[in-house]
Design a protein around this ligand. Sequence first.
Ligand code: ADP
Ligand code: MG
Length: 535
Amino acid sequence: MTEKPVVLLPEDIQRIMGKDAQRNNIMAAKMVAEIVKTTLGPKGMDKMLVSPTNDIIITNDGVTILNEMQIEHPAAKMMVEIAKTQESEVGDGTTTAVMIAGKLLENAEKLLDRKIHPTVITKGYRIAAEKAQEILKEISLKITPDDEDILKQIAMTAMTGKGAEGAKEKFAEIIVKAVKQIQTNGKIDLNDIKIEKSQGNSIKDTELISGIVLDKEKVSADMPGIVNDAKIALVDFALELKNPEIDTKISISSPEQLQSFISQEEKTIKEMIEKVKASGTNVIFCQKGIDDFAQYLLSKENIYACRRVAKSDMEKISKATGGKIVSNLGELGSSELGYAQIVEEVKHGEDNLTYIKGCQNPKALTILIHGGTGHVMDETERALKDGLGDIVSSLKFGLVVPGGGAIEIELARRLREFGQSLSGREQLAVEEFASALEFIPTTLAENAGMDPIDILTELKSRHDSGERNAGLNLFTNKIENVLEARIIEPYKIKSQAINSASEVAIMILRVDDVIASSETSGGMSGMPPGMRGMD
Ligand code: ADP
Ligand code: MG
């Protein structure tokens, strides 16, 4: 009797099983790590990304690179997720996180080759990850918000080798000052720091404005260009005549009737502007429209006005100036008004911006980036955001670690020591985990054109002899005490990177069957040539 084949899945389903599935996923993950590897550290290179519409991005930022690449392989996508998590949790360390995950998987492959079962590897990795967190916390150094100098050094470490490098001291000062200023009751919300860009001058001219810079001009040329001692009204309704065609149905049978209707509406507007004036307002920001007639009346009263201000900007102006956003003119009195020393329209290259500055104890601020081209400003912004993220997490956790690979070497050393207490196979996994961490210093060296093996050997022996802060200083290209050289990073970069890298590595290792429906299977085979691990 011949058995009929059993058909479980439709034909257009792609399925890879067992070792093939594992190898294919590991390969894809390794490739992702390989892509970002050359950008790591101060001597890392940048990448130029060209979109289908020919937009160009030049960047050194791990998460930006991976985001723009439109990666489709499912395991590779999980790697991209690590970068995204790192970006949202810390704002820096994206390359590091992805590289550690890639290396964890690459090293796991070695163990798979030695016929060690994936569950043993994942167990060992889990133990190692937990222990690594414990050690990390133990060897991190405490800082307080008063350690401004250290905070500045952290921001500078984040920006070394990036777009903002040329002015990193100034940037570090701006970052630390801005973050401390917006801190309220120990809470920091980076949304309160507005980043605005203005083409022209150089990035060295980037400035911190104690207030808000709005990408808006005043609505009418007849309004004052500058207002000193600004009393600012914030309204979220329109200062407009109601449009009879759209808003309401009224029947008008004669031109006189229409005229009287319009003058009635004009009267309403007049009353509105009178109320604005009566409150003492000399600057008004309106979230909706301001029509010609209202503009005319405001100009006559010498009031500076901007219309269609984004809600998020309205909120920032409110935080910066202390003004309240009102939804009803009846509520508008002098106590609802915000204050700024100066509100003025400033021409920047092609644009006119509105500066609201000299706010007293503003709880929202603006960093105004200057730069020759859009690409330069965009990359500067990314570097600046890395620095901002680092300062926030340094303040939040109050813990920092030495950079330049020092922390990774020390972690690896202590992990190996700890591994000795484990059974044979798990010990192997812990060792591979430790050596995955060493991928960071070896890559820092490699990207700087130094010999990674020599560097690793020396780093290890220095740590073995008790120099726990020995790292690779890429200012001097020497191995030395990097804390003294002020190469410092927040603890959270490393703890988050280790956490998400190990989680994803473990998750990928546990998969031994990939079943992809036809739409998504394009992703498995549809990677660029050279990224296809399984065809
Ligand atoms: P990530 O996306 O992971 O933040 P970066 O390109 O910002 O990647 O590189 C961060 C790494 O560069 C960290 O390991 C940090 O310690 C290291 N680093 C920064 N400045 C220096 C320096 N001057 N010398 C050596 N290493 C440095
Ligand atoms: Mg970084």
